[in-house]
Every structure is written in C-alpha cells, then in structure tokens.
Write a protein that binds this ligand. Structure first.
Ligand code: NAP
Length: 523
C-alpha cells in the first residue's frame, strides 16, 4: 500500500487538498507513495516560517547552528540504511548512487558544522580589512555580512533528493535563515523521509525548516524583499521563477542552478595506454553511468583529438560493456533505471534531437529487455548511449549537442583538431556550464585553457599524469568548491565554503571612525 507523504508547515504535518499524485518505483512501475498537493494559499505558512524560524535561528550563535548541523549529519548517518532503501525504491538508485546522494548530504552538513567552529559566538561575518574612505582619512569602511530577515525558498530537482535539499539547507541554516524546501515531486519520498527523521529527533528549532510536498502552488506569490529563492532544475522553469511577478516586484534574491552541457577536454598530448588516458576513460564511464547520467555535473560532450577517437572508443565501450545494468537493489548492478516514465520519454526524445547532428556509435535507445533481474519491458531503463558528432558538426554552434541537455546516460564525442582555440570555442558553444575537465600534461596548453575556457564555467577540473591516481571524477561536487555556472547553467553560485553563506546574508558596508569600528567589530 503506497504511503501518503504530507507537507510539514507551521510546525505540523499537513495533508494537502489537491488530487493525489502517485510516486512510482522506476524499476518495477509499482506505486510507492502518494502526495496530496496543497492548493490553498500558502501565505500564512510563508509568513510563519519567516517570523518564527528567523527568530529561532538568529537567537543561536554560529557555533550553536553548527552543532545543529552536526547533529543532523549524525542522525542521517544513523538512518543511512533505511534512507538507502527509500532511494532505491523511489529513485531507482543503485546502492552506490543512493550513497552518493545521502553521503553527499551528510558531508555538506559536516563541512559547514566544521566551518562554524571558527565563527563562534559572532552575529556577523567580517569580509576583508577596513579601508580608509580616502587616503589620510580617519574614517574607515568595512564590509560585514548579517543574516537576511527573510525566508529562503528552496525548489529542488528530482535527481538529488537528499543532497539537493540538505546541501542548500545546511548553508542557509548556518547563515541563520529559515528554510522552506520544495522537493521535485517524482522522487520526493527520500526528502520526506529525511525531514521526518529530523522532526522526530527534534533537531530543528521551531520554524527553522518547512517542507512543501507536491507542486509549488502559490508559494512564490508570497515572497518578500528579504527572501531568497534558490532553485535547481531546468532552465525553462528557472526562467519562470526569475521572472515571477512577485519575485521581481519584491526584489527577492534569486539563485538559479540549471542545465549544463559539461565537457571533457582531452589535450593533444594525451596518448592511449597512459594513466591520464585511462583516467579520462574512467571519468567518462563514471559520468555516463552514475545515477544513470542524471547528474547536473555529468559530462555531456567529450572533446577528443581526432587521432585518439578510435582508441578512446575501444576503451570506453569496453568499460561500458562491463557495467551491469538492472534491478538497483542488487549490489552487482552498477546502473539503474531513469527515475520516471516522463524522464525516460524525455531522454529518448533528446537522443532523437541529438541524432540530427551525431550518429549513435554505441547503445540502442529502443532496448527494453536484458536488464539484470528486470522483466522485459518493465521499468524506465536506458542503456548508455554514445554518439559521435557528424563531420563538421562539432564546431557548429547550432548543433543539438551544444544546445540540448539530455538528462540521462548519454554522451556525445566531439572529434577536434587538438588546438586550444578550437576546444575553447566548442566549450563556449554550450553557453555556460557547471564544470569541465582538462586532461593534459602540457603546462602552456593548460594555462591558456584556464583563461580561455574558465569564463564559461563555474568549476574547472585539471588532471595530469602525475595527479591521475588521486583525481576524482568531475561530477563529484565538494562543499569547499563553488557550485554553479554562467549562462545556461543559471548564473548561480552555491557552496564554496564560507562564500556560500553570502547567498543568505546581506553585505553591509559599515562606515565610521577607525577605533569605533575596531571596537564594534571586535578587532
Ligand atoms: P524541473 O522540471 O525544472 O523541476 C525542478 C523543480 O521545479 C521541481 O521541484 C518542480 O516541481 C519545480 N517546478 C516546476 N515548475 C514550477 C513552477 N512553475 N514554479 C515553481 N516550481 C516549479 O527540473 P527536474 O526535471 O526536476 O530536474 C532536471 C533538471 O535539473 C535538469 O535540467 C538538470 O540539468 C537540472 N539540474 C541542475 C542542477 C544544478 O546544480 N545546476 C542540479 C540538478 C539538476 P515538480 O517536480 O513538482 O514539478
């Protein structure tokens, strides 16, 4: 019998009035849960969370809020096995994929709890040094960050129900700003299970966290000037949020994390059989299969020097052939299904679009059988698909692979001439991405790559023969590093250690006498 997942608003579990929406198990098509969306006005819920949650959190020091994050991490870790089961059942995650999501969430909590220790009892953060307002003046200006007096509304994508929700919440809560989180409906069971755990253990002060299940209803109509809306999802919905009349009228702060056509750029010096070549192949295989390619940071375009294409295909296909796809609860299987029928249909339509400018060179999008432990035709399985750009298409900015993100196990190889200028132009055709990786031992080439490719990215991963053994695949987001990217990727910035707190705090220039400022700021 599917469980009903209620919203947590004004400190209580609340049943919605809307028609029930069914969440499925994408391996078996069985119903696992239902959600009744809230259709009444959310005005009171928003106002209550802003007022009550803000008061609770601002009464706590950074150190106390950090201790709260640590307790949340501990609770999630203790409930890890149960949470993994939910991720398998509703997300189609393999155990590895489920751990990636859940452990990613606890890692962000622990990281921000650790940073909080150094922030101690202060009520603000000081940025940089005091500056004379003009040369010789006794008057100084210093910049501080104080918690905004609003609510932060987090609207999340379906692919990381744990990491997406908790990764955002950890930073906002440490900053002292209450959270109202709206998970994507199709995979919301895991987000609900985490919030139920935190509520049951009484780890959150009153009003600090609210959960809205199902569609957003009239949520955005109630944003205020101190509120922050942080969205992760598709570019189309992100644009609707950014241009929502209330968001514009109130001047609410908006952060968007949207689509991305991440690239792997293999330098012209990389030779088959080297450790660096093997690393590039491993990374491509991980990025295409982990979470069945449903990662915003997954590599979508691989720039391969023309002379290396054949060797790379041989090694990559060999790895993909050895990746078992099937029922995700079976530990032997390394790749599960896409998370919903809608997602599966979108991916197939996307492959069709890419096929205008690229040939499928590995995989069959129509395959519906032969997945381990899965009856033929059942579930939302798609085997890894590799395409190769048609001659001349790699450098055509209108080519579909530069314009359309297929959110699944799909990669397009773009043979190129090995010139840095060509590589930079191709990366730029993605119109802004979260992350790209450069594989090279040529230091001059790398230096130019960072300046030429960097402006199109939020993060650049560099790998050479020496660091290959320790290198992490680029889709792994660490809380110390910036997450976000320009253009198509939304223009947002999240995480990045203490920088991440800036999203939820107001920068105030405090101007006054040098000694008065020093006393006030405790310097
Ligand atoms: P989506 O369809 O854009 O939905 C994202 C969220 O927005 C969901 O919670 C959805 O709720 C909600 N939503 C939809 N319409 C809305 C509206 N009019 N007002 C307010 N909220 C609305 O994206 P998705 O399919 O869940 O996720 C896949 C996309 O996310 C991909 O394009 C991927 O690139 C992107 N993504 C980006 C990042 C990043 O960090 N840049 C990370 C992960 C995913 P419902 O589910 O209830 O419709």
């Amino acid at each position: 019998m599917p469980v009903q997942l209620d919203s947590y608003l004004q400190g209580s579990w609340t049943v919605g009035e809307g028609d029930p929406v069914t969440l499925i198990n994408p391996s078996t098509d069985a119903a696992v849960a239902t959600i009744r969306p809230i259709t009444r006005s959310l005005a009171e819920d928003v106002a209550w969370a802003r007022e009550v949650g803000g008061t609770s959190l601002r009464a706590m020091s950074f150190a106390e809020r950090g201790a709260m994050l640590q307790a949340m991490a501990k609770a999630m870790h203790e409930a890890r096995e149960a949470l993994i089961e939910v991720a398998i059942a509703n997300g189609g995650n393999t155990r590895g994929d489920a751990k990636f999501d859940i452990d990613g969430a606890t890692a962000v909590l622990s990281h921000y709890a650790y940073l909080a220790k150094d922030l101690g009892e202060k009520s603000w953060l000081i940025e940089g040094e005091a500056a004379e307002i003009f040369r010789g003046s006794k008057i100084r200006a210093e910049h501080i960050l104080v918690p905004r007096r609003g609510l932060t509304i987090h609207i999340n994508a379906f692919n990381f129900p744990a990491w997406g929700m908790i990764g955002k919440a950890a930073v906002a809560l440490l900053a002292g700003v209450p959270v109202l989180s709206k998970p994507a409906t199709s995979t919301a069971h895991l987000a609900h299970a985490i919030v139920a755990l935190l509520v049951e253990r009484k780890l959150l002060p009153e009003g600090a966290f609210s959960l809205l299940m199902g569609s957003a209803g009239d949520l955005l109509d109630h944003v205020g000037p101190q509120d922050v809306v942080a969205f992760t999802g598709s570019q189309g919905v992100g644009n609707k949020i950014k241009t929502h009349p209330a968001v514009i009228a109130q001047g609410a702060r908006v952060n968007l994390e949207t689509d991305s056509l991440n690239a792997a750029i293999i330098g012209p010096d990389v030779e088959a059989g080297t450790e660096l070549f093997d690393l590039a192949v491993r990374d491509l295989a991980v990025e295409i299969t982990q979470k069945a390619g449903q990662k915003c940071t997954a590599t979508r375009r691989a720039l391969v020097p023309e002379a290396l294409v054949e060797a790379l295909c041989e090694s990559l296909f060999d790895r993909l052939d050895r990746t078992k796809i099937g029922e995700p609860s079976d530990k032997a299987n390394r790749m599960g299904p896409l998370t919903s029928k809608a997602q599966h249909a979108d991916a197939l339509a996307g492959i069709e679009q890419l096929s205008a400018d690229a040939e499928i060179i590995r995989g069959n999008p129509a395959r519906r059988d032969g997945f381990e432990g899965v009856p033929a035709g059942s579930g939302c399985f798609l085997e890894p698909i590799v395409l190769q750009a048609k001659p001349g298409a790699a450098t055509n900015p209108a080519a579909a692979f530069h314009n359309h993100e297929v959110f699944g196990p799909v990669l397009t190889l773009l043979p190129y001439d090995g010139e840095l200028d060509t590589a930079a132009a191709i990366v730029a055709m993605g119109k802004g991405s979260l992350v790209s990786t450069v594989y090279t031992d040529d230091r001059t080439w790398l230096r130019r790559a960072v300046t030429e490719i960097g402006p199109h990215l939020g993060r650049i991963v560099i790998a050479n023969e020496k660091s290959a053994g320790a290198s992490m695949s680029p889709g792994c987001v660490f809380p110390v590093a910036n997450h976000g990217g320009p253009g198509r990727a939304g223009g947002g910035e999240e995480l990045g250690g203490l920088n991440g707190l800036g999203l939820y705090m107001q920068r105030v220039a405090v101007q006054g006498g040098a000694s008065q400022l020093a006393r006030l700021l405790g310097k």
